[in-house]
Design a binder for this molecule. Structure first.
Ligand code: FE2
Length: 386
């Protein structure tokens, strides 16, 4: 076994109604004013209404800001960082999915680290040196896991690429995980974000960087998602399924924070840059095809994934059992209506060279269970295309 470190990131406060703890949590931070960052859709929902009511009741000052975009861009992040600077707020609360949380992480970082977020993206001229403005995340989806991680994914529209800033200072201080807030999530969002969480868990589990602790988190998340995602999609009011998905998503994120990711996220990130395919859809679509390629890299672990997803492998050889993992993911993705072909999401063969190049440049490709070359990425894309 190789040496490893394990980070347990943000403090979790989990439970139905946990978001009602926000005023108390803000007071513990001695916050003078909250910058409440959310998305243009969520701002109109009862979620924000009830958060505002609880802050009003507790007499906590706040400013709501919702003028952000899905897949935060450099321009929007820099502009929003300026608005936060002028607001006088000293604590940021992000309410929403990956996009508001990632925007919030980036603007908190820019309060204490000079320049544009572009300077800090992977390969950029600057590194994060100062602790960020504190951030509390209240996720309304069960997928991105951004409430637990040290990364923010930013779109560079000029170069049609998604890149990340990764530093432990970016880890939010507290994740208030309230499954009740996820009950109203549309079926398609539940499905795509759930597949993102499953991808986090599977990629972390089979990564070359995995360790016994990240394995434990990843396998728990795989099994829990396998048992609950269908129900959460088909009956969104099932609070038990929502609760299991909510915590599995954060656990999967803890697994990948430590174990890393692989080729699926490399391709999804590149696809998102060229054709604005949602991150969850891109992952869910590519995941089973990539597993068909990757399973030879670790038969034992892929067999464990098959078992965690409920496959009966008793009569099978190790290789046959390992192959079952991809089959199980295909079945799950089909059941929850994830598009299974690239054509359905607007990707054509003309996009392939840029996607292949983007994937080859992906930092975490190095820890994918199989060493992959351009031709391997093309093969995965072709299988997902035809
Ligand atoms: Fe992801």
């Amino acid at each position: 076994m190789k040496d490893f470190q394990f980070r347990m990131p943000a403090k979790i406060m989990f439970g139905v109604g946990a978001s009602k703890n926000l005023p108390e949590v803000a007071k513990n931070f001695k916050a003078k004013k909250i910058f409440l960052l959310t998305g243009p859709h969520i701002v109109k929902t009862d979620i924000i209404k009830s958060i505002k009511e609880s802050l009003d009741e507790a007499k906590v000052e706040y400013q709501v800001f919702s003028d952000i975009v899905t897949d935060p861009t450099i321009e929007v992040v820099d502009k929003t960082a300026g608005i936060l600077r002028e607001s006088g707020a000293d604590l940021v609360v992000a309410v929403g999915g990956g996009s508001p949380m990632d925007t919030a992480k980036a603007i908190c970082m820019l309060q204490t680290n000079e320049g544009s977020v572009k300077d800090y993206l992977f390969g950029g001229s600057k590194t994060v040196t100062n602790p960020c403005m504190p951030l509390i995340c209240i996720p309304t989806t069960a997928g991105s896991g951004s409430e637990m991680t040290a990364a923010t994914v930013i779109t560079d529209t000029e170069n049609e690429i998604k890149l990340s800033v990764t530093h432990e200072y970016l880890v939010p201080k507290i994740a208030l995980i309230d499954p009740e807030l996820q009950v109203g999530m549309p079926q398609s969002v539940t499905a795509s974000t759930g597949m993102d969480a499953l991808t986090h868990a599977i990629e972390a589990y089979v990564s070359l960087n995995a360790n016994p602790l990240s394995d434990m988190y990843a396998l728990y998340a795989i099994e829990t998602i396998g048992k609950n995602l269908r129900t959460a999609v088909s009956n969104g009011n099932d609070i038990e399924a929502r609760s299991n998905m909510a915590i599995a998503s954060s656990i999967a994120a803890t697994a990948f924070l430590n174990g890393g990711l692989g080729v699926v996220h490399g391709i999804a990130q590149a696809m998102g840059g060229v054709a604005h395919v949602s991150h969850g859809i891109a992952n869910g679509l590519i995941l089973p095809y990539a597993m068909e390629r990757n399973y030879v890299g670790n038969l034992e672990k892929f067999k464990n994934i098959a078992i965690a997803l409920g496959e009966n492998v008793e009569e099978l050889s190790l290789r046959e059992a390992a192959r079952k993992a991809a089959e199980a993911v295909f079945e799950l993705a089909k059941d929850i209506r994830i598009p299974m072909k690239l054509k359905e999401v607007g990707i054509t063969e003309d996009h392939f060279p840029v996607i292949i190049q983007g994937t080859m440049n992906y930092r975490l490709l190095a820890i994918n269970p199989c060493k992959l070359k351009e031709k391997d990425i093309e093969d995965i894309l072709l299988k997902a295309y035809k």
